[in-house]
Design a protein around this ligand. Structure first.
Ligand code: ATP
Length: 390
C-alpha cells in the first residue's frame, strides 16, 4: 500500500482516481490545485503524486506523474524535463495509469534503496544492474497445474533461451506480461534490461521519439538528447505490449528496425546498431486486423517466429483453487493479516463464474473477499461479493 496524492482541477477525475487507487489498496488524498496540494503534501508523507494541473511544475523529491489533455510530444517532453517520472494523457486509460503508478512507486526512495540493497558503497553506474536484478526476483510465479498451463510452461522453457521473436496472444488479464517477463528471465539476456512499452498508451506523434529517442533540437522542446526504448533495451529484451494498437506509420518504423537491427534517433541521420530481442503481445485478432488493413502483414511475420497463446481462465478453471490459495497468501501478506481460509463450496461457486476479466479479475475478487469477509470465506460471501456490485 502506498500514500498517493492526486492534484486535479476536475472533481470527477479526482473522485474516479481516488476510488480506483483505493480499490488497488492505496491511501489517497486529493486536492484541486497545486497550491492546496502542496499544503496537503506538507502535512503528510506521500510516495507518489499524480498531477493534472497544468500550472507550475511541482518542486518535490517525491516521484510524480503528469496527467494531461495535451498529447503533443512537446508537452510530454516538457513534463519529463520538469521531473515527472511519467506522462499519461486524458481521457485516462486506467490500465495505462495503473501501470504508470506501479512504475512510479518503484522509483520512490524506499523502493530504490530496497532494490539497490547495499548500494551505498557501489559506484553509480552499477546501480541500474542491481535494480534489474532486484526487479527480477519479483517476477511472480506462473501459478497453475492444468494442462494448458503445463503446455505454456513447457513452451516458455523451450523458447526462452533462443533469440526468437515471440508474439504472445491472449485476452486481457490472462498473464501475457507475466509470460514476457519469464521469457526474459529464462533467457541469456536475463542480466540485461527488460524494457516495456505500452503501444496503446503512447500517442502516435510521440511514438517515434519514445521508441527511437531524439537528438537535442529535433523539435521545439527537445532540449536534451534522449535515448529511446530500443537503445535502452540494448543487450536485453524489448516488450511491445498491445502491439495491435500501434499506428500504421509506427509499424513501418518498427519493421525497419527488425529488418536492419539499427535505429535512427529523431533529428539524426546516424544509424545506431541495437542488439535487442523483441517480444510483443496483443489481445487483438491480428489476422483479422491484417485483413482490415489495420496491421501490416510483413510486421506480423517478423514478430511471430513463435506464437504463444495464453489460455483464458475459463479454459483452466481447474486452476482456480490453486490460484485462489496463491492470491489469498500474497494479498493477506500485503494487508498484514493472517491468511484467510475458503470453504470448498465457495471455491466451487467461484469456478462457475464467467471470468471475462481472467486472472486479473480473479485477483481483484480475492482481494475484495479478503477485505470484506471473516477468517473463513463462505459460499454466501462469494455469492454476495464476487460480482463487485455490492
Ligand atoms: N498464471 C498466473 N499465476 C499467477 N498470477 C498470474 C498468472 N497469470 C496472470 N497473473 C497475474 O494476473 C495479473 C494480470 O496479468 P498480466 O498483466 O500479465 O496480464 P495481461 O494479459 O498482460 O493483461 P492485459 O492484456 O490487460 O495487459 C497480474 O497481476 C499477474 O501477475
Amino acid at each position: 500500500m502506498a500514500n498517493i496524492l492526486v492534484i486535479d482541477p476536475s472533481r470527477s477525475m479526482r473522485n474516479t482516481l481516488k476510488e480506483r487507487l483505493e480499490y488497488e489498496g492505496h491511501a489517497v488524498e486529493v486536492a484541486e490545485d497545486t497550491i492546496s496540494g502542496m499544503t496537503v503534501y506538507a502535512n503528510r508523507h506521500f510516495d507518489l503524486l499524480l498531477c493534472g494541473q497544468p500550472d507550475s511544475p511541482l518542486r518535490t523529491s517525491t516521484p510524480w506523474i503528469r496527467l494531461s489533455h495535451d498529447s503533443s510530444p512537446e508537452s510530454a517532453v516538457l513534463a519529463m524535463q520538469q521531473g515527472a517520472v511519467d506522462f499519461v494523457t486524458k481521457p485516462i486509460n486506467m490500465n495505462r495509469l495503473l501501470d504508470a503508478v506501479r512504475k512510479g512507486l518503484a522509483k520512490t526512495p524506499a523502493a530504490v534503496a530496497d532494490a539497490a540493497d547495499e548500494a551505498e558503497s557501489v559506484p553509480e553506474e552499477v546501480v541500474p544492474v542491481r535494480r534489474v536484478r532486484a526487479a527480477r526476483s519479483h517476477v511472480g510465479r506462473i501459478v497453475g497445474e492444468s494442462v494448458p498451463v503445463k503446455r505454456l510452461n513447457t513452451l516458455i522453457d523451450k523458447v526462452a533461451p533462443t533469440d526468437a521473436r515471440v508474439l504472445i496472444m491472449g485476452a486481457n488479464g490472462t498473464g501475457k506480461e507475466l509470460v514476457a517477463r519469464w521469457l526474459h528471465e529464462k533467457s541469456r539476456r536475463r542480466d540485461g534490461p527488460f524494457v516495456e512499452v505500452n503501444c496503446a498508451a503512447i500517442p502516435s506523434e510521440l511514438i517515434e521519439s519514445e521508441l527511437f529517442g531524439h537528438e537535442k533540437g529535433a523539435f521545439t522542446s527537445a532540449v536534451k538528447q534522449r535515448k529511446g526504448k530500443f537503445e535502452q533495451a540494448h543487450n536485453g529484451t524489448l516488450f511491445l505490449d498491445e502491439i495491435g494498437d500501434m499506428s500504421l506509420p509506427a509499424q513501418a518504423k518498427v519493421l525497419r528496425v527488425l529488418q536492419e537491427r539499427k535505429i535512427t534517433r529523431v533529428g539524426s541521420d546516424r544509424d545506431i546498431d541495437v542488439n535487442v530481442r523483441v517480444l510483443a503481445a496483443t489481445n487483438k485478432d491480428i489476422p483479422r486486423e491484417i485483413s482490415r488493413g489495420e496491421f501490416r502483414e510483413d510486421l506480423f511475420h517478423r514478430l511471430s517466429v513463435i506464437i504463444i497463446r495464453v489460455p483464458t481462465l475459463a479454459e483452466r478453471i481447474d486452476d482456480i483453487p490453486i490460484l485462489v490459495d496463491h492470491f489469498l497468501e500474497t494479498i493477506c501478506g500485503e494487508y498484514n493479516v493472517p491468511v484467510k481460509k475458503i470453504e470448498a463450496e465457495a471455491l466451487a461457486e467461484l469456478q462457475k463464474l464467467p471470468w471475462t476479466g481472467n486472472i486479473r479479475e480473479l485477483r481483484n475478487v480475492v482481494e475484495r473477499l479478503v477485505i470484506l469477509c471473516e477468517n473463513t470465506i463462505t459460499v454466501d460471501d462469494v455469492k454476495m461479493y464476487a460480482n463487485g456490485l455490492q
